[in-house]
Ligand binder design. Sequence first.
Ligand SMILES: Cc1cc2nc3c(=O)[nH]c(=O)nc-3n(C[C@H](O)[C@H](O)[C@H](O)COP(=O)(O)O)c2cc1C
Ligand code: SF4
Length: 599
Amino acid sequence: MEDKIISIIGSYDKDPERLMDILLSIQHEFGCVSEIAVSVIARELGLSEVDVVQTRSFYHFFTVEPVGKYAVYFNNSVVSMMMGMQDVMNEFEQLTGIRIGEKTNDGLVSLHTTACIGMSDQEPAALINNVVFTRLNPDKAKKIFEDMKAGIPVEDMIGDTGDGNNAHPLVRAMVSNNIQKAGPVTLGDYYEGISLKKALQMNPKNIIDEVKASNLRGRGGAGFPTGLKMLFCSLNEGDKYVICNADEGEPGTFKDRVLLTERLPMIFEGMTISAKGIGAKEGILYLRYEYKYLRAYAESVLEELRSKNMLGKNILGTGFDFDIRIQSGAGAYVCGEESALIESSEGKRGEPRNRPPFPVQSGYKHKPTVINNVETFCSIVKIIEVGGLWYSKLGTADSAGTKLLSISGDIPKPGVYEIEWGMTVNEMLEMVEATDVQAVQMSGPSGLCINPTQFDRKIAMEDLACGGSVIVIGKQRDILKDVVLNFMEFFEDESCGSCVTCRSFNMILAKQMKKVVEGHATRNDLKNMKEWSKIIASTSRCGLGQTSSNPITSTLANFPELYEARTVDVAYQSDFDMDKAIQEACEVVGRPARVPHHN
Ligand SMILES: Cc1cc2nc3c(=O)[nH]c(=O)nc-3n(C[C@H](O)[C@H](O)[C@H](O)COP(=O)(O)O)c2cc1C
Ligand code: SF4
């Protein structure tokens, strides 16, 4: 065992900054990262055992004890649970005779839960040894368990897996991506290499000017102007880096999965153009662990681009060098936050950094770094191909271009829709043929839960911002139990724990929400929940804590009657003005009110 561990460490040049990859390889090889492995890693990398344990303990998919030969990770996020995951989990527990969190005595199966795996269009879904199983039900569970007992490898369980089995080498052929509506930018025609050739002939300043002219704003949620980000980075001295954020973890979003399977060469082309613009030589695609099944495919695309001289040294004979490596995550929603992602890429716990300095000043390896969302890089390619002016005319004045929405929940055609910014929620609901809608959860848990009186609002940065997740909630749903409680438990689990308020109040809010759902909460509890929500929003270091109370504050504001119906003693009166509360919180910390931040 020790020899194997040493050889894995050697394959990463004994570089402590590659600790994540080393741990991932060891977890893959031995089914866990044991205490012995920790000692060997620490010794070989010249780290303390505490350093190694700190990183191991941070991520969901590293385990101290070996997982089962078949490690089943059920997605327990909102849409999966809405679509019947509880029945599937019950069936597996019954079949295996173990509870979630346990392993069978013979080591055959272990059962776990995990947050959204980016399959909300095909729920209920689970990962078994990194293979996606979709549209599960108790009958499929029985068949899968039979196959497990027969020792059939997960990749060969075709037929059990539904549309989502993407362990196949031709991953694109096997993934059902549910592209319901392609638009002119990211899911429109893509001509490989055209934009790159053009950009390589351009002066870096002109590349940045073209992106600025497009008015493109980042598609990860915060909506920062992409051209400005490139400009700020380019003005700094020293080595520079380009990072693509493919950590897509916001419950309900899966649009980056679609781009990663349908438009991977376009993503890499966008990164290369950005690198030329800012003067970077190295790039990283940070791929969330839940998309590990895409890694081999992604490596093959990189190889192909290198063989076409579209990556590597002297790209297309222009003297420009740039290459990309893939960094896998290991399961932590907060790593989607850009500075946490950078920490993780350096082999550490994914704890967000204090900002400033921003990544454009001090990012990966403390060098100037541009970090953008997958969709943003695809948009850059189109902008260079067709021109910033053309792009700026799509959408609205403040939100140029198109946006990919991952639309799921109680609708007949869940999937990815490329829309122009400015579409109203009503128009969106008509497009997806939704009926009997009680609420729409815009931009995932960190966004807002809106009621039908707000369906005439525009999906745009200046009105209803959206990073990509749209969950349609039908009239049959219990919003407080099925949605808000699930979201609050999600934030409780995903807080990195650095800020006292985020760590403790998210836990308290989840408990209080349970109390509401069970019908024991009082009016005083609701008052406290409002106060705590304000405190978390105003005192947390990163966007997770700054928005984690949104599920409560937005439903208190938009669905007060649901709380009233469940509150004991005095009836709850909605005197809560969320916009005012956010404004007040922002004043406390001296920054402008923010929009929901990501996908
Ligand atoms: C908790 C948290 C999770 C995030 N997750 C993602 C993500 O999965 N993908 C993403 O692109 N941005 C995510 N973001 C936003 C990033 O911090 C960052 O703003 C973004 O990657 C910048 O790219 P853009 O300018 O192209 O949007 C997240 C932010 C927070 C606070
Ligand atoms: S707000 Fe929460 S997730 Fe963000 S740094 Fe603080 S504790 Fe960590």
